[in-house]
Ligand binder design. Structure first.
Ligand SMILES: [Fe+2]
Length: 348
């Protein structure tokens, strides 16, 4: 029997009905490449059909890169044609189309498309991170957490591995919440994450990645310690991986690669550390920092975002967080907030 043969349908049903809200007659395109998980694609198409939607699956050869790096290897005209009038687009491509020219053209031509990017999805991950999650409850939790955090002026984050960082929030920058409430005409991601960009020049302290760092490494055997001054990494310490990371950053010959780009909270009850960053960055109670390129959604006051040669994300497990001096998380668990504590207990 195939892994999770019985449970996968339930997970696809949650995705199709609760997250994407597929209705009678919706044109639903599922994209995949030759490395995508066939069982996941088929289960999703079947649930789209059950919900009264019209599924169409488009497979392409796996490109050698992601986003715009995949452009030359993608069937640009036919793929764009298949997607631009879709009501719903579910992306399972391993080498993702997100931010490719195909994606840009599809999003430009439709401001109400319901799109979700689910890179590297497999039955085990789908059952844990979607099928077994109470999505409405998670959405409620994330909304409150985003409001509480966004309302704070000063934030402090520590972890048992040695992170000790302080920063100020930026009044014009929003919290980006991936809650399972699908956004229209925008990229939605696997539920269970909140991201935002603080005032970069206010970020000071020590940042210790102890989970994974993608790219260039994956799962970390030894922590990497970064010293951050005014939002910039000025020192990298640790073992073999720290040296590898230092070389990778230097290889771009781009000063912007040393600047922090965003912080994210991870809050998906089923996520576990696997080396797949989509899942790692959603581990309950973790924080993640991105370095390098900053997308325009994170810094709406700066048109086109902040360009850098690349972007990477590192995970800090079991975070403690203080909002304007009041602690809200202690080693990955909510404290001092009755409603969030109750929801957390029910979710995990
Ligand atoms: Fe990132």
């Amino acid at each position: 029997m195939m892994e999770y043969d019985f449970e996968l349908g339930k997970s696809a049903k949650t995705l199709v009905e609760d997250i994407l809200e597929v209705k009678e007659g919706d044109n639903v395109v599922i994209t995949a490449d030759t490395k995508s998980n066939e069982a996941v694609v088929k289960a999703t198409a079947a649930e789209v059909f059950s919900a009264g939607g019209k599924p169409m699956v488009v497979w392409n050869a796996t490109p050698l890169g992601v986003g715009k790096a995949a452009d030359d290897m993608l069937p640009l005209k036919t793929l764009t044609g298949a997607l631009k009038d879709a009501d719903v687009w579910i992306e399972y491509n391993e080498q993702w189309l997100l931010y490719s020219t195909v994606y840009d053209r599809v999003i430009e031509s439709s401001d109400d498309i319901r799109y979700i990017c689910l890179v590297e999805m497999n039955p085990d991950m789908m059952v844990r991170t979607i099928g077994r999650v109470d999505m409405p409850k998670l959405a409620k939790f994330l909304k409150i957490m985003a409001e509480e955090t966004g309302d704070a002026k000063k934030v402090k984050v520590t972890t048992p591995a040695g992170t000790d960082l302080e920063f100020e929030n930026h009044p014009e920058r929003h919290m980006i919440v991936h809650s399972g409430d699908i956004m229209r005409g925008k990229a939605s991601m696997l539920p269970g994450q909140i991201s935002w960009s603080p005032k970069f020049e206010s970020i000071n302290g020590t940042l210790v990645f102890d989970g994974s760092l993608v790219p260039p490494i994956g799962l970390l055997d030894n922590p990497i310690k970064l010293t951050v001054e005014k939002g910039k990494v000025i020192k990298i310490e640790g073992g073999r991986e720290a040296q590898q990371f230092e070389k990778w950053l230097a290889s771009f010959d781009d000063e912007r690669m040393y600047y922090l780009a965003h912080i994210s909270y991870g809050f998906n009850p089923g996520a576990k550390l696997t080396g797949n960053i989509v899942e790692d960055e959603r581990i309950w109670g973790g924080t993640e920092w991105g370095l390098g390129n900053v997308g325009s959604k994170l810094v709406p006051e700066q048109e086109g975002g902040i360009e850098a040669a690349s972007h990477c994300d590192g995970i800090c497990s079991n975070s403690s967080v203080w909002l304007d001096g009041k602690q809200i998380m202690d080693k990955g668990k909510i404290v001092n907030h009755e409603e969030l504590e109750k929801l957390e207990k029910e979710l995990i």
